[in-house]
Design a protein around this ligand. Structure first.
Ligand SMILES: *Cc1c(COP(=O)(O)O)cnc(C)c1O
Length: 391
């Protein structure tokens, strides 16, 4: 039984990791205009910042929250450019597209970097971080991708945080697709700065991202940034002083986001949201496996955010055709991003529950029948290629 209202008639479910399916209340919150300098909107900005900080748990008073205009990549770039000094060096833990993008960003910024590249989906481990940091004293910061959305792997951020802190280096986390559904609390998992955005697990609409960082790190970062618009320190200093964003804020997006934060709290916060997403994944993965599909990752590494499935080997299977048929039935899937095997992804975040996930499975089953695909099993070559993740 669906507990969440369906999207409006004709509007498909977005099974993508942001933009995602939002509630009617979130959309409705955008139906008025705000003056960016006005007290009403300044109060909204203050509420947004304090509600996000509250998600950090007991150590929140040591941190501050700085929203920045733009999509998630803008805040990743803002974080790297602001907290990594020009003579700093970043160890990037890379196992997918977002790690690669961070490396490219650092190149643009002219910041030195070292990379542990695990390929498409193997997790970077704490022991590797310890080794790399011992071998290269020039490394000042470690960048971890919390959930690498390109494969759906939930990276072992606790191990990474422990290894980084033990070596006396600073940790930056891209928690874009995890924050709000997977806990990231500094008393447990120490970090200096993290980023996420409005249109992921908090279930807002796209238009801004936010940095949450130790206040002392923000203060110390003055003058580091190569960019005026992406200077987190400057944005923070202006907000502290005036309560305003430096440049035109996405007012409607902020209004929608506050509605989304209220719903997040009403649902039971990060724990309850993560539990709903986990149940979504369990329903999806169990149903898809019954149809013969194989997940890229072993269960231990699956995230509650998004799951990658190998494409069926059957000669009548064609992903664009499969995609269109699923879309006609009201479900937008997400193409895969693996280099070595054909795959696709199904996001399980947003205003969807396990009844929706069961509907996805039922519709996939019917679509395969329509296409004449008797089994969804991938090829033996694909399965051989799939590397086991060491325990
Ligand atoms: C969504 C996402 C980003 C940001 O992508 P944008 O398209 O710029 O919003 C960055 N990192 C991760 C892990 C993400 O999931």
């Amino acid at each position: 039984m669906t507990t969440l209202p369906a999207p409006k008639l004709g509007e498909p479910y977005l099974l993508t990791p942001g933009p995602l399916t939002t509630s009617f209340a979130v959309k409705e919150a955008m139906l008025r205009d705000w003056g960016s300098w006005d007290g009403d909107f300044r109060a909204m900005t203050a509420e947004l910042r304090s509600r996000l900080l509250a998600l950090l748990g007991q150590d929140k008073d040591r941190y501050d929250c700085v929203p920045m205009q733009g999509s998630g990549s803008y805040v990743v770039e803002a974080m790297l450019g602001t907290f990594v000094p020009r003579d700093g060096k970043v160890l990037v833990l890379c196992n997918g597209a977002y790690g690669k993008r961070a490396v490219e960003t650092l190149k643009y910024l002219g910041r030195a970097c070292a990379v542990i590249d695990m390929g498409d989906y193997l997790p970077p481990r704490g022991s590797q971080v310890t080794e790399a940091l011992a071998a290269d004293p020039a490394i000042t910061h470690v960048l971890a991708i919390h959930c690498e959305t390109s494969s759906g792997i939930l990276n072992p951020v606790q191990e990474i945080a422990d290894a980084t802190a033990a070596a006396g280096r600073k940790l930056l986390v891209d928690s874009m697709s995890a924050f709000g559904a997977v806990p990231l609390e500094p008393h447990q998992t120490p970090f200096q700065a993290m980023v996420s955005s409005a249109n992921k697990c908090i279930e807002g609409v796209p238009g801004f991202g936010f940095v949450i960082a130790e206040t002392q790190e923000i203060e110390a970062a003055k003058g580091n940034s190569h960019s005026l618009a992406l200077d987190v320190h400057a944005q923070w200093a202006a907000m502290e002083k005036t309560g305003q964003w430096r440049f035109t804020p996405p007012t409607h997006v902020v209004a929608a986001f506050i509605e989304a934060l209220k719903a997040h709290e009403a649902e039971g916060g990060t724990a309850a949201r993560g539990a709903r997403y986990l149940k979504n994944r369990q329903t999806l993965v169990a149903g898809m496996r019954d149809l013969g599909f194989v997940t890229l990752l072993e269960d231990e590494w699956l995230s509650p955010i998004i799951t990658t499935f190998f494409c069926p080997d059957h000669p009548r299977f064609d992903f664009p055709d499969f995609y269109d048929r699923m879309k006609d039935r009201g479900f937008i899937l997400y193409p895969g991003k693996l280099t070595a095997a054909e795959s696709f992804r199904v996001g399980h975040i947003g205003q969807v529950d396990s009844a929706v996930m069961q509907a996805v499975v039922d519709n996939v089953s019917e679509v395969l029948r329509e296409m004449g695909v008797e089994t969804a099993a991938p090829s033996d070559a694909t399965l051989e290629h799939k590397q086991a993740v060491p325990a």
